[in-house]
Design a binder for this molecule. Structure first.
Ligand SMILES: [Zn+2]
Length: 583
């Protein structure tokens, strides 16, 4: 009687361990479309792996411990999956590995005691199970033919699976060699269609974590190789004047922010009440981006990359490198992703900064964190006793899904479809999409107002420039288009704002008057790099003052888009104001 109750206890404990390991997959069961696929890709690999690990020693009480790390990390996977509806991937790993957890506010906040309790409970289960097994002197039936052959089968199956994954990687490495030449590296990142093994097992815990580690490693290495080519690049930049005051320059890279939706620019809705209330924000109403995709449009903002340069990576450093040469401590705060097809061309330049912090473990595909997670990180930087700081902030702004970009208290214009995950290409959603978009703009107003508020508290020459990466179509007028990348006027028109502290205005009155003049001039986002350096009195041998819209020498240029067409002169169709296709 005593014997069987101990065995029952052991069985119950092992089932508990397996359930724990399978818990992420059990959560996936609720949303699966095919039970067979769910079993095949989510459950079976985990069961095989667990069985394999259990068969490593003839004493179960030893091999059980091999399951311990998998069981220990399972609650984290479960938490991540239930919170963000996606399994751990390379992006999530990058955030965890590269961001100080205390900086990633909210990622694990308030869970401290729960985590400690969870670890204790899992340890208790393992100690109890292995204890019983040891006490009962359990040994796998080594001599049993059935056992031996089934173990062999498992080893063969797992071995075949491993070979499959390794072969995938090898084939992939042959197809997309990671070498120091930009083109091949570009291909490896920008067209990195994931190997089949990722597509199959991305939801199979703990395989997904191992695959994510590998993907993270490959992408990071590729980025490092590309960064090497501009490692020694120098602008020869230095500040021309020695200022005794503290200096803080902030560049905010906006996301999908349309100029015509800013109340500051005459929009009928109160989308920028806070910034309008400040009274000293300059809004540039006529700025154009040469590109309408983030990965191409951000590099031209932050570097000297030309508007028609179609290469994915730019061989020079960015505004970050230039400020660093001039003696600035440089920071990069982002709620966008640190790697992947859409982000590597930006991450390359982010990595030039002394400190890079990615604050959003989710990316744009899900609701994740709102841009306000930037505020405490920004404040911590300002609190540092540093004389010269450059802070680049890459926001998620108004990236689709618009309703995911702001919290409930900014659901001002309704109906917005918040929480409904409305499709962006269904014209029936036109009203909701437009309302949600305007709400996201109102939220950006809140973010910018708070960034400025924190700068106001500093005794510093402070400047903040916001430039959006591209615009957006939202079924405007009779146009059937939504989103960006449609080659329309609305794709290319971007919002841009500038604010300067009192000390800045006193120190640089000529620049401030020029910025006011430029507010109505035809501008391009490619002028941002030059303007940022000019605002900070940073000079270098090949500088072009005519490219800075803060300079008296500023001269508007023909606005040539990535397509090669002149934005102002090209014919536009009546309905969508679409421009001619690329030359
Ligand atoms: Zn974008």
């Amino acid at each position: 009687m005593k014997k069987s109750s101990a065995d029952l206890k052991l069985i119950a404990l092992v089932i508990a361990i397996l359930l724990l390991i399978l818990s992420p997959q059990l959560l996936l069961l609720a949303t699966t479309k095919s039970y067979l696929d769910w079993f095949r890709y989510c459950v079976l690999p985990t069961l095989l792996l667990s069985t394999l690990l259990l068969s490593f020693s003839k004493y179960p009480h030893r091999s059980l411990w091999l399951l311990f790390p998998i069981a220990l990390m399972a609650p984290q996977e479960l938490f991540y999956l239930s919170t963000y509806q996606k399994s751990t991937d390379a992006h999530a790993l990058a955030i965890v590995l590269e961001t100080d957890i205390s900086e990633a506010s909210g990622y694990l906040s308030g869970l401290g005691w729960l985590i400690i309790g969870g670890i204790m409970a899992i340890m208790a289960i393992f100690f109890a199970a292995t204890g019983v097994s040891k006490q009962r002197q359990h040994v796998w039936p080594q001599g049993d033919r059935w056992f031996k052959s089934s173990r062999l089968l498992i080893w063969v199956l797992v071995g075949a699976g491993l070979l499959f994954v390794v072969n995938e990687e090898r084939q992939y490495a042959i197809a997309y060699p990671v070498v120091e030449k930009n083109n091949a590296a570009e291909t490896a990142l920008s067209r990195r269609a994931l190997p089949e093994s990722y597509n199959m097992f991305y939801q199979s815990y703990p395989l997904n974590v191992l695959l994510a580690f590998n993907e993270y490693r490959v992408q990071k290495q590729t980025l490092r190789n590309i960064a090497k080519s501009s490692e020694d690049f120098k602008f020869g930049a230095a500040q021309t004047s020695t200022l005794s005051e503290r200096q803080i320059y902030v560049l905010v890279i906006g996301e999908t922010l349309r100029p015509d939706r800013l109340q500051l620019n005459g929009y009928s809705r109160a989308t920028t009440p806070r910034l309008a209330g400040l009274g000293d924000v300059i809004s540039f109403r006529d700025m154009v981006s040469p590109w309408a995709w983030t990965r191409m449009s951000v590099p031209v903002i932050i570097s000297r990359k030309g508007s028609t340069d179609a290469s994915y990576f730019f061989a020079e450093k960015s505004v970050v490198g230039a400020f660093a040469e001039a003696g600035f401590r440089t920071y990069w705060l982002s709620t966008q992703s640190p790697l992947g097809v859409h982000d590597s061309s930006v991450a390359l330049h982010a990595n030039e900064a002394d400190e890079v912090t990615y604050l959003n473990p989710v990316g744009y595909k899900k609701e994740g964190y709102y841009d306000e997670v930037i505020l405490p990180a920004f404040e911590r930087i300002l609190q540092r006793p540093e004389q010269k700081q450059l802070i680049v902030i890459h926001t998620l702004g108004s990236h689709f899904s618009y309703a995911d970009r702001y919290p409930a208290n900014f659901d001002l214009f309704q109906p917005s479809g918040k929480g409904l995950q409305l499709g962006m290409h269904d014209k029936a959603n036109k009203t909701q999409l437009n309302n949600a978009y305007d709400n996201s703009v109102a939220y950006t107003d809140y973010l910018m107002f708070n960034l400025i508020g924190q700068l106001q508290k500093q005794q510093a020459i402070a400047s903040l420039l916001l430039v959006s990466d591209h615009g957006e179509n939202i079924f405007d007028g009779d146009c059937e288009k939504s989103g960006h990348g449609h080659n329309t006027e609305l794709d290319y028109r971007v919002a841009a704002l500038w604010w300067g502290s009192e000390l800045f205005q006193q120190a640089n009155p000529a620049q401030v008057s020029q910025l006011k003049r430029s507010a109505r001039m035809p501008l391009m986002t490619t002028q941002t790099f030059h303007t940022m350096l000019d605002l900070a009195q940073i000079s270098y041998p090949s500088e072009q003052k005519a490219m800075s819209f803060a300079s008296k020498q500023f001269r508007p240029l023909p606005r040539i888009l990535s397509s090669g067409h002149d934005f102002d002169l090209a014919a536009k169709d009546k309905v969508c104001r679409a421009l001619p296709a690329a030359k």
